[in-house]
Design a protein around this ligand. Sequence first.
Ligand SMILES: N[C@@H](CCC(=O)N[C@@H](CS)C(=O)NCC(=O)O)C(=O)O
Length: 221
Amino acid sequence: MSGKPKLHYFNGRGRMEPIRWLLAAAGVEFEESYLEKKDDLTKLQKDGSLLFQQVPMVEIDGMKMVQTRAILNYIATKYNLYGKDLKERALIDMYVEGMFDLNEQLMSYGFQPADKKEQHFANMVDKTTNRYFPAFEKVLKDHGQDFLVGNQLSRADVQLLEIILMAEEGKPDILAKFPLLQSFKARISNIPTIKKYLQPGSQRKPPIRPEEVPKVIAIFY
Ligand SMILES: N[C@@H](CCC(=O)N[C@@H](CS)C(=O)NCC(=O)O)C(=O)O
């Protein structure tokens, strides 16, 4: 046992990617065990490792944690990325929940059937540019600080950068109307632990390729 957190998921982004990002931003090394086929999930389910029979699952500090948000809450608290008081934490929760809503749309794009992709993409761009990015641009404008909350790095900054980069993969000029998000992106990308995670060869996962979709679906359905 190395003492490093061990992440159990398929070898792709999905619900595990924000967890990888947060650990990386906190400078925590982690190991991964990839589900390659349905049997791998069944094995974890049968040996009692998954409280609700679902992944992501993270072995950390003697626990087998499930539920993405619970895992992120734990890591953020442990590594001081969750604000310094109750009000900061409330703001972080609010922002991060909005990011989860947007992330759900971004993440599911690759899994849409061919005839639904165009509509899904248009809706995704609309929500990103007319609902979520204006909100985060306004937060930065209103307080004029470098980070979303409390003028120090928090999980909200890490998750927003992840989402910005994901949205740019679909539409490279998506930040065109958001000057403060552009400088936010440059600033947060330059934090040494994050810069390292953005280098080729890190544990960061690429977007899912169409030919990988059936394999992932076969694991879970
Ligand atoms: N609320 C859970 C949802 C987890 C979830 O839906 N996991 C999927 C994979 S991304 C899964 O394990 N599906 C198998 C199943 O539900 O039996 C979380 O956020 O962790």
